[in-house]
Design a protein around this ligand. Structure first.
Ligand SMILES: C=C(O[C@@H]1C=C(C(=O)O)C=C[C@H]1O)C(=O)O
Length: 406
């Protein structure tokens, strides 16, 4: 399914990027819904309003989104007084994990950006000049089963482990969901600001109601350089263990190292054909307040100038969120999860008019609509995984959103 660009037809849209004072990104968001964000350690982009929207589903979603963005940017009159990645026209991107669900690109009317010493405001078309309303915290939040409640998830993990022991796949990532319902419509800015404050090393994001803070960078393109942060292999704070003890447990766990190797290999193998050089640095341990992960950084020099979405099509889904071999793992996910992942575990981030941008993996997130938030979390499984441990790991991964909703 394709929908036509919803840009204002007939006239060329004007885009103006001007330097601005550094006033804080998330605090600029004017309204409780419709937040667009990609923020880490106080830098990044936020946006609001919609100058254009493109929705798509199907196996060609990356290519069709890419083509739409190229055509859309070619139709703009751009004045960019800053000239860094993220200035000028930007689309916020949130693509579905699978072929069936809806993917979306949104071009805001207003973007506020910060990168290094640069701060700017971009307007696309007209600035709606919305007054900033007060941020409201959600009240009366209660939790309900999602499509795959915990007992059914535990059983799905058990079955996946049995099937991997029988040789069906080496790694598969299974996820489950949970519903949170508040008394009133949830203010997306509250979730974003709590996530950004408690998880400053993650990328706090919001696109069309999908709100989260991901520690995993699928791909970033900055000119000819492409890089990625691959995570797989997880533990979490317990029994008073220090960070050093958690790190040494992870770095010596064959199960976690296996999970990690599959994920790095899937990303690096898919990226290598596009690169004249590619290096992998890791694994090291990334400590977050709720979990610690094995983490590897991959950096490549691009041979030509493939677009970020084109590269995304080549690497998604990595074995961090799919499995190994990919086709067998995806078949097992469809068979055992029996829920739509929607945009969870899909690429999320932004692209600009010169082909630069950042796509994270949409983890540690909730799909927010009105009073309801649908939370997701998943775990990489290998033949030696234990169902109860994986259920606890998924619980730890939902903690950021539960904290933000409480
Ligand atoms: C699937 C998720 O996380 C992924 C799975 C991990 C693991 O199994 O160790 C670690 C990081 C992510 O790549 C999630 O957070 O929902």
């Amino acid at each position: 399914m394709t929908t036509a660009p919803a840009s204002r037809t007939g006239t060329r849209l004007g885009v103006l990027t001007r330097r601005a004072g550094d006033t804080g990104l998330l605090a600029a968001l004017p309204a409780p819904i419709g937040a667009l964000a990609w923020v880490r350690n106080g830098s990044g982009l936020v946006g609001w309003g919609e100058a254009a929207r493109f929705e798509i589903s199907g196996p060609d979603r990356f290519a069709l989104a890419d083509r739409w963005w190229a055509e859309f940017t070619a139709s703009l009159d751009v004045v960019d007084e800053v000239g860094v990645p993220g200035s000028g026209p930007v689309a916020f991107v949130s693509l579905a994990f699978g072929d069936e669900d809806r993917s979306v690109l949104i071009v805001p009317e207003v973007i506020v950006g910060r990168r290094g010493n640069h701060s700017w405001v971009t307007t696309i078309g007209t600035d709606p000049e919305l007054p900033v309303t007060a941020v409201r915290r959600p009240t009366g939040v209660r939790y309900l089963d999602g499509r795959l409640p915990v007992p059914a998830y535990r059983e799905a993990v058990r079955t996946a482990v049995d099937r991997m022991r029988a040789g069906e796949a080496a790694k598969v990532v299974l996820a489950h969901d949970l519903l949170a319902v508040a008394d009133e419509d949830i203010d997306q800015r509250h979730l974003l600001s709590v996530l950004a404050r408690r998880y400053p090393d993650c990328w706090a994001y919001a696109v069309d109601g999908l709100i989260g803070a991901t520690p995993e960078l699928l791909l970033r393109r900055t000119g000819q350089v492409v890089d990625s942060r691959v995570l797989a292999g997880t533990t979490w704070p317990r029994d008073g263990l220090s960070d050093a003890e958690l790190a040494s447990a992870l770095l010596t766990s064959e199960k976690d190292l296996d999970e990690h190797r599959y994920a790095v290999r899937s990303l690096a193998d898919a990226l290598r054909p596009y690169c004249s050089s590619l290096s992998v640095d890791g694994p090291a341990v990334l400590h977050l307040p709720n979990v610690s992960h094995l983490s590897s950084d991959v950096v490549g020099t691009l041979r030509d100038s493939p677009s970020l979405l084109g590269l995304g099509a080549a690497v998604h889904p990595t074995a961090a969120v799919g499995g190994t071999p990919r086709a067998a793992a995806l078949a097992m996910i469809a068979d055992l999860e029996r829920m739509d992942r929607g945009r969870y575990a899909g690429p999320v981030g932004w692209i600009d008019g010169s082909g630069d941008g950042e796509l994270g993996i949409a983890l540690r997130c909730a799909d927010v609509e009105g009073r309801t938030a649908r939370l997701f979390a998943g775990c990489g499984l290998v033949a030696s995984s234990d169902p109860d441990t994986e259920v606890r790991e998924a619980h730890a991964k939902m903690r950021p959103l539960r904290e933000a909703l409480s």
